[in-house]
Design a protein around this ligand. Structure first.
Ligand code: ADP
Length: 194
């Protein structure tokens, strides 16, 4: 599906990177709270109550201003995304996206995960941002298999870029080397088939 849109590819720090028009899809391994991008995307829960995993890390690093805005927002349905300040983070904004809990794949999980990615990108566009970094939505405590989630994440980003975007960088931030390898393989396959 991506064959027509891949204009060029190259490797950066040995990980595959894709350039589509004026936008790069990049991989990063490590703590998303340290990334100096316009917005980072949190794997939030629908109550926006914070929690463990990346959500907890973002609230710890970003400070109480983020939770204060989350309380004002009150919540976010699964598949949607809302924006708060980045607080003390290097990122200016946090986009809180709510992915689905994996229940075997037959309860609409793929559509909901795709929607969480697409809506996050729409929020970034509305704010006029040029760089955004995603955590791997739903693939921690929510149990979504990384191989399946990776395809949805990357395909959603490619679809978004194809429709025209001000974003110059879309970063997928993976915490583990194993998750990074899954993303790297998928991006590599896209460039190889282009
Ligand atoms: P969910 O509940 O949506 O599954 P989790 O926070 O449990 O969300 O996990 C989502 C992903 O975020 C997992 O791959 C996890 O390893 C990763 N993760 C945890 N902490 C961080 C962090 N500080 N930076 C980036 N990714 C992180």
């Amino acid at each position: 599906m991506a064959n027509r849109v891949v204009r060029s590819s190259q490797t950066l720090a040995s990980w595959t990177m894709i350039t589509l028009n004026h936008t790069t899809l990049e991989l990063h391994q490590g703590d998303i709270t340290r990334l100096a991008v316009d917005a980072i995307v949190n794997a939030a829960n629908s109550g926006l109550r914070g929690g463990g995993g990346v959500d907890g890390a973002i609230h710890r690093a970003g400070g109480p201003a983020i939770m204060a805005e989350c309380r004002r927002l009150g919540g976010c349905p699964t598949g949607q995304a809302v924006v708060t300040t980045g607080g003390n983070l290097p990122a200016r904004y946090v986009i809180h996206a709510v992915g689905p809990v994996w229940q075997g794949g037959g309860r609409g999980e793929p559509d909901l995960l795709r929607s969480a990615y697409a809506n996050s990108l729409s929020r970034a566009e509305e704010l006029g941002l040029t760089s955004v970094a995603f955590s791997s939505l739903s693939t921690g405590v929510y149990g979504y298999p990384i191989e399946l989630a990776c395809r949805i994440a990357v395909d959603a980003a490619i679809d978004h870029v194809q429709r025209g975007t001000a974003l110059q960088r879309i970063v997928f931030c993976l915490f583990s080397a194993g998750d990074l390898a899954v993303y790297d393989q998928y991006l590599h396959n896209i460039t190889r088939n282009a």
